[in-house]
Unconditional design. Structure first.
Length: 149
């Protein structure tokens, strides 16, 4: 995704974020964004996408994403600062550690839902309970998770 017009919310995501907000969870996105390192999008445009996404969520049902952490690194980048080794990129846990520290996250009572093995590996390194995203609406999956009920 390089523009907001290409962005779509997966089924049940808007409702799931509102559900988590209502349950007093801090909602944080952690995302590898190699497209920045590949020069397919710049960080300013990525930030604009994040802002539009957050505004759409709030306008839809008042839901809030408290923070977004992303890793722009790509080891073959032509831009030196994106080629540098960083432990932010999942499967490393750098983004999660930053979120935990910034938001004083209680990892015992937190969950991480992701769709890739790298998400699970990063989550495991921090001791956060992990769930693979099922092929169902996210709100339905959340309601199936005992810790959220």
């Amino acid at each position: 995704m390089t523009t907001y017009k290409h962005f779509i919310f997966l089924p049940g995501v808007k409702q799931a974020i509102k559900y988590l907000n209502d349950k007093k969870y801090v909602v944080i996105i952690s995302s590898n964004q190699a497209a920045v390192g590949k020069s397919l999008i710049n960080e300013t445009d990525l930030t604009r996408i994040h802002i539009k996404m957050k505004k759409e969520l709030y306008k839809y049902n008042g839901s809030v994403i408290e923070d977004i952490f992303y890793s722009p690194y790509y080891k073959y980048s032509k831009i030196k600062k994106y080629k540098l080794y960083k432990n932010d990129r999942k499967p490393f846990a750098g983004m999660l550690v930053k979120a935990i520290n910034k938001w004083n996250i209680d990892i015992i009572n937190s969950i991480f839902i992701g769709d890739k093995l790298t998400d699970k590996l990063a989550s495991d390194k921090c001791g956060i309970k992990f769930y693979f995203k099922k092929n169902i609406a996210l709100i339905k999956q959340l309601k199936e998770i005992n810790e959220i009920k």
